[in-house]
Write a protein that binds this ligand. Sequence first.
Ligand code: V47
Ligand code: SF4
Length: 372
Amino acid sequence: MNTGQSIINSLNLSESLKKITEKVFAGKRITTSEALELFQSSNLSLLGVLAGFTKERLSGKNIFFNKNFHIEPTNICVNHCKFCSYRRKEGQKGAWEYSIEEIVDDVKKHISTGATEVHIVGGVHPSRNVNFYVDMLQSIKKAAPGLHIKAFTAVEIDQMCQMANIGVEEGLKKLKAAGLESMPGGGAEIFDEDLRAEICPDKTGSDEWLRIHSIAHRLGIPTNATILYGLLENYEQRIDHLNRLRTLQDQTNGFNAFIPLKFRRENNKYSHVKETTLIEDLKNYAVSRIFLDNIPHLKAYWPMLGKQTAQLSLAYGVDDLDGTIDDSTRIYSMAGGEENPSASRTELIRMIKELNFIPAERDTVYNILQTF
Ligand code: V47
Ligand code: SF4
């Protein structure tokens, strides 16, 4: 009997969990019904072992992080997502819209700290179309030619192109020529059409979100993908979301990382919904890691999750802690996430080393810059 087999036997598993375990150890893909069985199992230790095994197959002992900051050009938004704590109407108290000059000043302030990436997302502004954002990207590139620009969710791209009466492919080509190098994974929320209509009625639809990412991949723009979980969805709907991503990734191979975003309930229309427990968060990371065998990285976004849970998630398949952030985002603190989120390189390295992994500082597309 080999070691893997004897570990499996010692776990006293049901026949079906044993079959799933053997599949994962053999590097085989699990089905949607097997993912459901893992979600329904309360065997957190098994999930940790299977997710950790899958993580090591994909990224060895490395845990990645980067030096980044965010720019949120505006929180004025034409959409009305009910989970959003951030959106304001034009002229409303608390609304902001930065000019290109203000944005460039912000970039200059942050690059002196050695950041390698700027992450730009915001509301869907009623009058700023793709041409405004082309100017913005060009101005940032001029001020900071070596800074990687990861910008705009598929939802922002969709609506900024519609406003300029051009198609998404043409818009993405213009943005790429102006300096766009990759796209973040936001706006995916939950792909199930009924639930999506309930929680974010006027947002770009699921098929369109997936289509925009596939166009980006075809144009050589790598992207990330997210799920908003813990808000009214059931396990079947979560798995359906993962499955649509896995299917697209089989075709394009353009997703770098998957980022589960835990629903935070402060200051939005779902404040009565209880947030997920720590156990549920860890389960969700583990099953995502095991199921999405073709997306190389799984990110715990600590400003949303809190640093302690993010650190613990490293034992459940996560291999990326995102970045230093440098107190530059408000989306999550407004919803109940970390206030003034900032992490030094030293702190991220400590968090990773405490779990006996190797801290690997990366660029946006996961080239390793240095290990510690
Ligand atoms: O799409 C908004 C989420 C997303 C809430 O690609 C909320 O590296 C929880 O996508 N509770 C935008 N989530 C952020 C995003 C992201 C973040 C970090 C890294 C990357 C990446 C992408 O934030 C939105 C939405 O799903 N969100 N409000 C809330 N109350
Ligand atoms: Fe607008 Fe984004 Fe908030 Fe939805 S989540 S209302 S698209 S800012």
